[in-house]
Write a new protein. Structure first.
Lengths: 107, 581
């Protein structure tokens, strides 16, 4: 319930800007699989209907790795809303993911 | 230079294949470059040239050996890098356009990153792999991996991933350079990891001695090959990095038996009448104002007169000053400069370190290819380095010049307090010939005495000559060895005058005696003549008596015969006779 309140305030400030997330993974490595699962779970729980998640396999699209300055994977970049944030790891630490997403203000 | 070496490398069967760096001198120290297809660590403190050396490796690889390279910059941005090396004549933008070079800037900002669990550096691998494949790179530089450690927290993962990275680079078959900052204490890198997984470790060092910086390089390890183990000074100038191997240890230079004149007739005479060997080195030492520069200028002048090029490194006076001063002794250097035969290269010793001087001279000599080099004087080098360093530098200088067959003349100021057998640079043992100009103080004046202290491989005079600087050039005069010892200058002149006077007096006396003799002879001859006359008259007198006697006898005989005949009653036949009687 508290989260809803947060979103309401947030919505007013940002004009209901959706979360644009990019998740860079490397094929079917264990870290990547866990990261995809964890990310999806977190998004569904906290950002339901208000996010756009793009999953990129840099094995397939290595040229994107340079553009987004990917070093450590899995990497999730929060493109929007501002500020841009980067999260690395398998997203198993939900606290930190939320912090990275800027969702920990009132929780 | 390099093409032959490229071809040569694979011929050495069984040895480690190497990739030429193209960096002056480094390929000689490593005997052919860095290990081909393996990672090399370049470590050192901040500002010692790690990035530049690695970048030069990439650029030279791309330009000279047609081996494209990837430069992964963790510190500087691509533009910054391009700007930093533009002064060295490396056009990174153009190389990137030509697909010979790829610069990948990796930016890691801890504050932007949230670590949310397990991760690895596969992204870097993929990125690097993509960069390598996109241009077919053979060379890779990672500058500097430490930034990964400052950007990411999980050290265990990083260490593991770095190990994997080295293995992966080997697998890729790229010749890689990894730069690393020097760690605390004696460790080569902060992580203490890279030096173990690299096949070759090069340590760069930047030391300040007497306010002058010298960069040095040392190959700490190089698996599977011999390499130079010493510290080699290197420097960064407008042509990039130059490493100088201290000396070629072979000492296998060919030598010339040709002789060149020193420009001073008397000195040539002292050196067996022919002068110095071509390609030899000669040291002129002496106290202040003994004419060392004049000798050097004369040597330079002589070589220019032979239409040979000469480079004159002026360390104390400006070229125009030397030209003016030499004009006063009848040596016109300006005309040689105008013809391009004489090149002045003036710099204060304190301007930069010994190594820089050495390289500057190297470059200048390589550029102009002279047959004679003058360094005037070497004394001030002592201000910027210890005796052994200066000596070391001069050894390399002489070595290099000998290799090129260039004659060199050094001048050195020796202090009065220093024993004449030893110059303060300690170079007298290195040179082929050593000429000492010394003040001889006598009779209230100072004069210059010149000695040939040594001259390898030729007969040379062991005498002191007086060294005279006149309006028309330099001259050597035999000193006067008199009962009072060695006489020089006005004392010698006086002695000469004295001798001339004596000569005159003596010859005068001689003349008088001669005349006396002539006179005596005249007198005697006159006497002889008169005696002769006397003798003649006496003789005549005697002759007369004798004739009369004869006649008398004859007449007597005749008379007796007449008388006898008359007694017999015969008439006189010859009345004439009787008449006479």
């Amino acid at each position: 319930m508290a989260e809803d309140g947060v979103f309401d305030i947030y919505d007013k400030d940002t004009g209901a800007e959706p979360y644009v997330l990019r998740l860079f993974i490397t094929g079917a490595s264990p870290n990547s699989i866990r990261a995809v699962e964890n990310t999806k779970a977190i998004c569904e729980e906290y950002l339901k209907g208000r996010y756009q998640l793009e999953i990129i396999d840099i094995h397939q699209q290595p040229q994107l790795a340079e553009g987004e300055d990917v070093i450590a994977v899995p990497l999730m970049i929060k493109k929007s809303p501002y500020p841009e944030r980067r999260m690395i790891g398998d997203m198993s630490d939900t606290e930190r993911v939320l912090k990275g997403l800027g969702l920990t203000n009132n929780s | 230079m390099s093409k032959s070496q490229i071809k040569k490398a694979p011929v050495l069967y069984g040895t480690l294949p190497k990739a030429l760096t193209g960096i002056t001198g480094l390929d000689e120290i490593t005997e052919g470059g860095l290990p081909l297809g393996r990672p090399t660590l370049i470590c050192g403190e901040a500002g010692c040239g790690k990035t530049l050396m690695s970048l030069e490796f990439i650029v030279r690889g791309a330009v000279q050996y047609n081996e494209p390279g990837v430069f992964v910059a963790f510190e500087e941005k691509s533009d910054e890098l391009a700007m930093n090396v533009a002064s060295l004549g490396f056009d990174l933008k153009k190389l990137q356009e030509q697909k010979k070079l790829k610069i990948d800037h990796v930016h890691i900002d801890r504050s932007e990153i949230e670590e949310t669990g397990e991760y690895d550096l596969e992204g870097l691998f993929i990125r690097l792999g993509y960069a390598i494949d996109s241009i077919g790179a053979k060379r890779v530089v990672l500058d500097t991996l430490e930034n990964l450690f400052s950007g990411l927290n999980n050290q265990a993962v990083l260490r593991m991933e770095l190990r994997r990275l080295f293995g992966w680079l080997k697998e890729k078959g790229v010749t890689a350079i990894i730069t690393g900052e020097r760690g605390e204490g004696n460790s080569l890198t902060r992580q203490g990891l890279e030096e173990y997984v690299s096949d070759c470790v090069i340590l760069l060092d930047n030391r300040v001695v007497n306010q002058i910086t010298t960069r040095r390089l040392r190959v700490i390890k190089y698996r599977g090959t011999v390499h130079g183990t010493n510290e080699y000074p290197f420097l960064i100038d407008e042509d990039g990095i130059s490493v100088l191997p201290v000396t070629s240890l072979k000492m296998a230079n060919t030598v010339s038996t040709e002789r060149v004149s020193t420009g001073v007739k008397g000195l040539d005479d002292m050196l067996g009448g022919l002068g110095l060997y071509r390609g030899g080195s000669v040291l002129v030492s002496g106290t202040a104002g003994t004419g060392k520069t004049s000798l050097a200028a004369s040597f330079a002048n002589e070589s220019c007169n032979r239409k040979e090029k000469c480079v004159y490194f002026a360390m104390e006076e400006s070229p125009s000053q030397i030209i003016r001063n030499m004009r006063s002794i009848g040596i016109d250097l300006q005309k040689h400069i105008d013809k391009g035969l004489l090149i002045f290269n003036a710099s204060r010793p304190n301007l930069y370190g010994l190594e820089m001087h050495l390289v500057a001279m190297h470059k200048c000599i390589r550029k102009y290819k002279p047959s004679v080099v003058v360094i005037d004087p070497i004394t001030n080098f002592i201000n910027i380095g210890s005796v052994s360093e200066v000596k070391n530098m001069l050894v390399r200088m002489i070595d290099f010049l000998q290799e090129e067959g260039i004659s060199v003349m050094f001048t050195a100021l020796s202090l009065n307090t220093v024993v004449s057998e030893q110059t303060d640079e300690g170079v007298s043992s290195l040179v082929d010939a050593w000429i000492l100009v010394r003040d001889i103080e006598f009779n209230g004046e100072r004069n210059r005495g010149l000695y040939v202290m040594k001259s390898r491989g030729m007969k040379h005079s062991n005498q002191v000559r007086e060294f005279v600087i006149t309006n028309t050039g330099l001259n050597l005069i035999d000193v006067y060895l008199g009962p009072d010892g060695i006489l020089t200058g006005s004392a010698r002149e006086q002695q000469v005058l004295l001798e001339q006077t004596g000569e005159a007096i003596r010859s005068n006396a001689l003349n008088r005696k001669d005349r006396e003799i002539i006179r005596k002879r005249t007198v005697l001859e006159a006497k002889i003549a008169s005696l002769h006359t006397e003798f003649e008259s006496v003789e005549e007198e005697l002759n007369k008596v004798y004739l009369e006697e004869e006649l008398k006898k004859h007449i007597l005989d005749k008379n007796r015969a007449e008388v006898t005949r008359l007694r017999r009653g015969e008439t006189a036949e010859k009345p004439k006779t009787s008449n006479k009687k």
